[in-house]
Ligand binder design. Structure first.
Ligand code: COA
Length: 140
């Protein structure tokens, strides 16, 4: 499969982004909120198959040496075909020598391990919806 990559979020239909996020259990907001989150990010990456949006991701960053990944998602029918790897590698290309942190969805840790990420021993979070994040398995 030939995966096309774009970076400009201003030309993306965020209803499509929301639909993919919803299908993978991450679509918690409106199109406009997702659009604002991508527009406010340091780097955004979108993956396409012949004009169809199939995956994406974004990084927030200080632009110097620290970054964090969010909203990494691949449409279910395109998973395990290397799309997520291409999205992550394109984000990393735009963050040379940066520290990158993220929290994986429970069960998806092996994807990031495959990409050389390692578990953080002291990672901590103050989540807005702490009870829900605990219930979903993100926190102790
Ligand atoms: C996690 C996700 C982004 C991975 O994208 P992907 O395109 O399916 O991943 P790739 O095909 O690039 O996988 C590369 C390697 O990572 C590992 N991997 C990927 N998904 C995995 C999974 N669900 N379980 C275990 N290992 C996995 C495998 O080693 C895989 O190589 P292989 O298929 O040759 O065995 C995708 O499954 C997804 O969108 N999931 C739902 C949303 C989500 O959980 N996002 C992460 C939020 S932190």
């Amino acid at each position: 499969m030939n995966i096309d990559i774009t970076f400009d979020c201003s030309v993306v239909d965020f209803d499509l982004v929301r639909q993919i996020l919803k299908r993978v259990g991450m679509g918690n907001y409106t199109d406009d909120i997702h659009r604002r989150a991508f527009q406010g990010s340091y780097a955004t990456v979108f993956a396409w198959d012949k004009g169809t949006l199939i995956g994406f991701g974004r990084a927030i960053s200080d632009g110097v040496y620290q970054a964090a990944f969010y909203d990494i998602a691949v449409a279910p029918e395109y998973q395990r075909k290397g799309v997520g790897t291409v999205v992550i590698n394109n984000l990393l290309d735009r963050l040379p020598h940066f520290n990158v942190i993220l929290y994986a969805s429970p069960g998806k840790e092996n994807f990031y391990r495959f990409l050389q990420f390692r578990h953080m021993k002291t990672g901590m979070a103050l989540f807005n919806n702490a009870a829900m994040m605990q219930e979903k398995g993100f926190t102790e």
